[in-house]
Write a protein that binds this ligand. Structure first.
Ligand code: ADP
Length: 446
C-alpha cells in the first residue's frame, strides 16, 4: 500500500467508522425488529451520513469560490481534518503573499531612493513603472502616464531618434525640453525580450565642467594663434632675408620655424577638436562629392609624399550627406598618417566603396603597422605608439581623435586593421542613410 493511499485512508477513517457503525446498528435492529425495520434504519442512517457530507462539501465549494483565512469552515471528523489542513495551507500562502508584497514594496522604495531615474517600459516603449526621479527628469507622472509611450511624452527629436535607431551601446546625452537647464544621460538596458529599463542620470554638473574645459582649451588655442603667426612670419622673413646668415644660425632658425609650424598645427587641431566637441547640432547637411574630395586629398598626399610612395585611388560614384569640411579633415588625417608611417617605396591605396551597411573610405598602407594592444587606444588624444616618430614626422597626436569625432557626428565609425611590419588599413565607415548613389565606380591610379 502506498503512503498516499494510507494517508487518504487515515483522513476518511472516522467517516468509514461511522458508516460501519450505522451498518452494524442496522443489522442489530434488523435482527431484533425485523428486516424491514433494519432496512429503514440503514436507509435513514446512510442518508443522514450522505446529508452530513453533502453539507460540508457545499461549505467547501462555497469557501473555494472566495477563499479567505477568516472564513475557513469548521467541521467534524474527516471534515475537521480537511478544514484544518485548508486553514494551514491558506495561512502559509497568505504569509507568502504578504512577504512577497513586502519585498516588492521594499524593492520599489529602494529604487525610488536611487539618485538615478528608472523607467520600466515594454517593447512598444509603454511605461509600466517609473521612480520619482525619472518623473522629475522627464516631466511625467506615473499615476497619469502609465501605459503611454515614453516617446509620446518626451518628444525631443534626439531622444525619439535614439529609440528609433535602437542602437543603445552608447548612452545618449541630451537637454530635455521639459526641463530647461538640465542635461540628462540616458541609458537603455534590454533585460527581457519584451522589456527595457531606461536609466536617466543628471549630468548637468559634469557637462558644465566639461564645457568649461572645452572653452578653456578653445580660448587658449585661439590666444596662441596670433603670437604664433607673428613668430612664424618673422622667422620666415629672417630665413629668406639678406644679408645671408651663417650656417649654424640658419640651422637654428630653421629648427625654430619647424617647431613654430608644429605648434601651429597643434593649435589648429585643438581648435578643430573643441569645435567638434562643443557643436551640438548635427554636421552640415551638404551633398559632399567624395570622389572629388578623395582626388583632392590624393593630390595633396602626392605633394606630401614627394614621390616617395605609390599612391593609388579607387572610387565608387557615391556622394555623402554631411559636412565637407569635417569629412575632408578626417579623410586627410588618415591619408597623411599613412604617408608618415610608411617607409619610402611603400604603397598607399585610397578606396571609396559601397559596403553592406553604407560606404567606407579606406586607406591601406604598406607601412610599419601597429601592434594589436595599441589599436583600441589610438583615437585617444595624444596617444602615440612611438612618440618620437610621431613628432619627427610632424604629428600632433590629435589626428585620429578628430577622425573619431567627425565619424561619430556622421553616425559612422573607424575600423582599424593592422599587422606590425606589413601595414595598416584605416576604414572610415558611413551609414547608408548618409549615402547618395551615383554612377559606376572608376579606377584611377597614378
Ligand atoms: P599622430 O599625429 O601622432 O600621428 P594620430 O592621432 O594621427 O596622431 O595617430 C595616433 C597614433 O596612431 C600615431 O602616433 C601612430 O603611432 C599611430 N598611427 C596612426 N596611423 C598609422 C598608420 N597608418 N600606420 C602606423 N601607425 C599609425
Amino acid at each position: 500500500m502506498g503512503e498516499r493511499f494510507r494517508e487518504r485512508l487515515r483522513i476518511v477513517a472516522p467517516a468509514l467508522l461511522r458508516l460501519a457503525l450505522v451498518g452494524a446498528a442496522a443489522l442489530i435492529v434488523g435482527y431484533f425488529l425485523g428486516d424491514r425495520v433494519g432496512l429503514w434504519f440503514a436507509l435513514i442512517g446512510f442518508g443522514a451520513a450522505l446529508a452530513f457530507h453533502l453539507f460540508y462539501l457545499s461549505a467547501l465549494g462555497a469557501w473555494l469560490a472566495r477563499p479567505s483565512l477568516e472564513t475557513v469552515p469548521e467541521g467534524v471528523g474527516t471534515w475537521a481534518t480537511v478544514f484544518s489542513r485548508l486553514y494551514k495551507s491558506r495561512r502559509a500562502s497568505e504569509l507568502n503573499e504578504r512577504r512577497l508584497a513586502d519585498n516588492e514594496a521594499r524593492f520599489r522604495r529602494t529604487i525610488s531612493a536611487l539618485p538615478e531615474g528608472l523607467v520600466l517600459v515594454d517593447a512598444q516603449l509603454q511605461i509600466e513603472w517609473c521612480n520619482p526621479v525619472a518623473e522629475r527628469h522627464f516631466g511625467i507622472r506615473l499615476s497619469a502616464d502609465a501605459g503611454l509611450r515614453l516617446t509620446n511624452l518626451v518628444r525631443d527629436p534626439v531622444f525619439v531618434a535614439y529609440f528609433t535607431s535602437a542602437a543603445f551601446d552608447a548612452p545618449l546625452t541630451f537637454k530635455p525640453l521639459a526641463n530647461p537647464g538640465l542635461v540628462l544621460s540616458v541609458q537603455v538596458i534590454e533585460f527581457e525580450p519584451q522589456r527595457m529599463i531606461v536609466l536617466t542620470r543628471d549630468v548637468t554638473q559634469s557637462e558644465r565642467v566639461d564645457a568649461m574645459r572645452r572653452d578653456f582649451i578653445a580660448n587658449v588655442s585661439h590666444e596662441l594663434r596670433t603670437p604664433l603667426t607673428v613668430i612664424s612670419g618673422f622667422l620666415e622673413t629672417l630665413l629668406e632675408g639678406a644679408p645671408p646668415l651663417d650656417e649654424t644660425r640658419v640651422h637654428h632658425l630653421r629648427l625654430m620655424y619647424e617647431q613654430a609650424q608644429r605648434m601651429n598645427r597643434l593649435v589648429g587641431d585643438l581648435l578643430m577638436l573643441s569645435r567638434l566637441e562643443s557643436q551640438e547640432q548635427p554636421p552640415a547637411d551638404e551633398t559632399v562629392d567624395i570622389v572629388q574630395l578623395v582626388h583632392e586629398i590624393a593630390d595633396e598626399a602626392r605633394v606630401l609624399s614627394g614621390g616617395r610612395h605609390r599612391i593609388l585611388v579607387d572610387c565608387a560614384q557615391l556622394s555623402v550627406r554631411g559636412s565637407r569640411e569635417e569629412l575632408r579633415s578626417a579623410f586627410s588625417n588618415l591619408v597623411s598618417n599613412a604617408i608618415r608611417y610608411t617607409p619610402d617605396g611603400g604603397r598607399i591605396s585610397l578606396r571609396w566603396r559601397a559596403t553592406s551597411a553604407g560606404a567606407a573610405f579606406e586607406v591601406e598602407d604598406t607601412g610599419i603597422g601597429i601592434a594589436p594592444e595599441h589599436i583600441p587606444r589610438l583615437t585617444e588624444r595624444f596617444y602615440r605608439v612611438d612618440k618620437s616618430r610621431s613628432r619627427e614626422t610632424g604629428g600632433t597626436g590629435l589626428g585620429l581623435a578628430i577622425v573619431k569625432h567627425v565619424l561619430a557626428r556622421h553616425q559612422g565609425q573607424l575600423v582599424i586593421e593592422s599587422a606590425v611590419g606589413r601595414g595598416s588599413t584605416f576604414a572610415a565607415h558611413l551609414p547608408r542613410e548618409r549615402i547618395i548613389e551615383g554612377a559606376e565606380s572608376q579606377l584611377r591610379a597614378a
